[in-house]
Design a protein around this ligand. Sequence first.
Ligand SMILES: *[C@@H]1O[C@H](CO)[C@@H](O)[C@H](O)[C@H]1NC(C)=O
Ligand SMILES: *[C@@H]1O[C@H](CO)[C@@H](O)[C@H](O)[C@H]1NC(C)=O
Ligand SMILES: *[C@@H]1O[C@H](CO)[C@@H](O)[C@H](O)[C@H]1NC(C)=O
Ligand SMILES: *[C@@H]1O[C@H](CO)[C@@H](O)[C@H](O)[C@H]1NC(C)=O
Length: 830
Amino acid sequence: MTIPLPFMLVIMLALFFISKISSETYTLTQFQSLPSGTRTTLVSKDGTFELGFFSPGSSTNRYLGIWFKNIPLKTVVWVANRDNPINSNTTKLTITKEGNLALLTENDTVHWSTNARAKAINVNVVAQLLDSGNLVLRDEKDNYSQNLLWQSFDHPSDTLLPGMKLGWEVTKDVNLNRYLTAWNNWEDPSSSLFTYGFSLSNIPETQILNGSSMLYRSGPYNGVRLSAVPSLRHRPMFNYDYDCDMTDTNECYYQFKPWNNSLISRMTLNQTVYALQQLFWVETTQEWNLSSTIPRDDCDNYKRCGAFGICAVMDNSKSPSCECLSGFEPKSPQNWVAGNWSEGCVRSSKRWRCRETNSDGFVVLRNVKVPDTRTCWINRSMTLEECKVKCWENCSCTAYANSAIVGKGSGCILWFGDLLDMKQLPDTAQDLYVRLDISQMANREAKVSSAKMVIMVTSIISSVITMLVILAFIYRRRKAKDIVKTKVERNDSNQEDLELPLYDFDTIACSTNDFSRDNKLGQGGFGPVYKGTLPNGRDIAVKRLSQSSTQGLIEFKNEVIFCSKLQHRNLVKVLGCCIEEQEKLLIYEYMSNKSLDFFLFDYSQSKLLDWSKRFNIINGIARGLLYLHQDSRLRIIHRDLKASNILLDDDMNPKISDFGLARMCGGDQIEGSTSRVVGTHGYMAPEYAIDGVFSIKSDVYSFGVLLLEVLSGKKNKGLSYPDRSYNLIGHAWSLWKESIPMEFIDSCLGDSYVVSEAIRCIHIGLLCVQYQSDDRPNMTSIMTMLTSESALPQPKEPLFLNKMVSLEEDFGQNMHYSTNEVTISKLEPR
Ligand SMILES: *[C@@H]1O[C@H](CO)[C@@H](O)[C@H](O)[C@H]1NC(C)=O
Ligand SMILES: *[C@@H]1O[C@H](CO)[C@@H](O)[C@H](O)[C@H]1NC(C)=O
Ligand SMILES: *[C@@H]1O[C@H](CO)[C@@H](O)[C@H](O)[C@H]1NC(C)=O
Ligand SMILES: *[C@@H]1O[C@H](CO)[C@@H](O)[C@H](O)[C@H]1NC(C)=O
């Protein structure tokens, strides 16, 4: 038999290329092939992953798969022909004329193929195994990333690798749903019925299913994470990025990444234990270790407590216990007591009447995994109040909640009928408002045992007496001093009514030992601060306006005005004031732990600030500032945020103080300018220091500096580095650029901090101190960044001190430093 010459050439060419594949290579081109009978494999460039043929366990079936190359324990992460095994040794992997990757048998029958749509005719397709473990098919002729024809990451088997997306994308051109399907058993990779993925719904959540029956649900995505998934602080090893913004994209997915890039990790749906496992490879013991698993406990099993039942796990055991929601009782008490909870609960009151104001109402359940949302109604733009009204109006609506928990929460989900699969969680889940008989609730509370009754009655009597005493006291004071309302002039000479209690000067003078030196706590913006103790034993802090200062008077009034209108747990509380002739005093709640700088910059004290305290302080300051910028009745720019203005209470909760320099911005105005630049060097945003332009973004800058100080335990100013042009921001930036951000963390914390949170905080800090104020996030975004795991933008290079130094020289004479304090003020515009 003779073979025509052209065919000969083709065959020879093919043989030439095949022989060029040594035992390993990382791309497969048209003309090359990978035969199933040999040990030839495709290896990723850095040698992490390997693609080849294998037979699991004692099976003789051959499969094409990807596994970790460097791990002695063969761990297959992807199988191409899982439902279509091959038995011959003559099958080969090639790229077909049409540009598909395919398994071809001897007589060129297609056994398995990528079935990618050919986009052009004249293509030059190659297959490549990337270092991420992704097998991609692309057109060489075109730009690299643009022409991905197919990728194995879009067709997961039972394993999710770092950077691989789990979830769906439905657009005009794409219709992808990436979910995990477990093997049937460890010797048989064929698809079982056991799957894990995102529900294809407009209230997305992840679910573990067996066929169509639900085994586990994560609770809906709430804008931050999946409702029942623990928050960031409980997951120190892995970062989870969600993209599930249902308003402008038609996709919903998440991906995970280990914080330490060199950690080898995977997430696998395991058919042996019927669970989703998050695993990482331990070099020393040469085995996979479990980082977490889902279901986590028995309460995670779907509908564990039936309708209207809520599941909680006892602290020390993993066994669950079910409770009916208040206002409900077990449908079958016998079964319930026996621990058979599946029948659930029913409304206990027969008198409940829909929309009757004395029996129908809503009660809030905090930190719960919200019920099954499969028959829910959702609207992402409604407020909670509108949501309540909507639920109230429809008698089959049984509960409502916000659909997103970012900020104060937004959006509306309504539940109809049975509430299924609720779980009590330890922290940071969602609040659910359940419709029930409120008269029944009142009855229940009335039915307390007689012993409790006695205690209650005595305590009521005693509190009544106390109140009478207080009233009498107030009455006497009113008589003594006729004014409780004070009129104070504001900056712009408007008159303002204030409701701030007045104290008389003698009482305060007496409580502070006549403003003795020993009672002096420090120096505030416009005068010294003293500790005092009122006759009733309450500790106070008293700020006394220096008598000579006119500037001080403006700041004093400013502070009186703001303090009387602002109330937030992260702002220091003003108890009252005293205005008597020459004397002007402000009386605050006393903070036993002084201010943040006292702890942060002192070697022995800084040890008392462990990571959780620091993280709490950062969050508290952010909340306080968010309140000032957005949520308070006034919109306020603080202008002098710094460590010494952050006071700490007994539990080390931060409170922002010193509003002497604060400015109010009406409604939409979020920027102002001044000819008098006041503030503290090192905390001042460049545009404020240079041009006198202040805005909420200049506060954000100061917050960024403060954040970096809390993380590093170092002052932004007064830091000496070999290269003098560097300040703390420059230091943070260079470590960030060198990818060693952890070097920045205060060394006194040792290893006892949550790496993921710390890195995220540095990242946020750098975003806040960016040179252009428009680049800086606002406090709403910062709050979201602190509490969620969403991807953060890359920070731009901040302005370093070398530029600031020349700025200082520019200002020269105009700048004055008060003693060795670091307050500068530019008195006149140049
Ligand atoms: C190709 O081979 C398979 C088995 O190896 C056989 O079932 C099939 O009929 C063959 N097809 C052709 C067209 O010969
Ligand atoms: C990351 O992991 C590698 C290997 O496990 C280890 O040597 C390295 O110190 C880790 N890096 C950090 C920053 O923890
Ligand atoms: C499934 O889990 C069991 C027990 O943890 C483990 O021995 C087995 O290797 C796991 N299987 C896979 C495919 O990871
Ligand atoms: C109440 O809501 C349900 C479910 O959305 C709907 O079918 C029903 O028509 C509504 N009833 C009223 C009175 O609006």
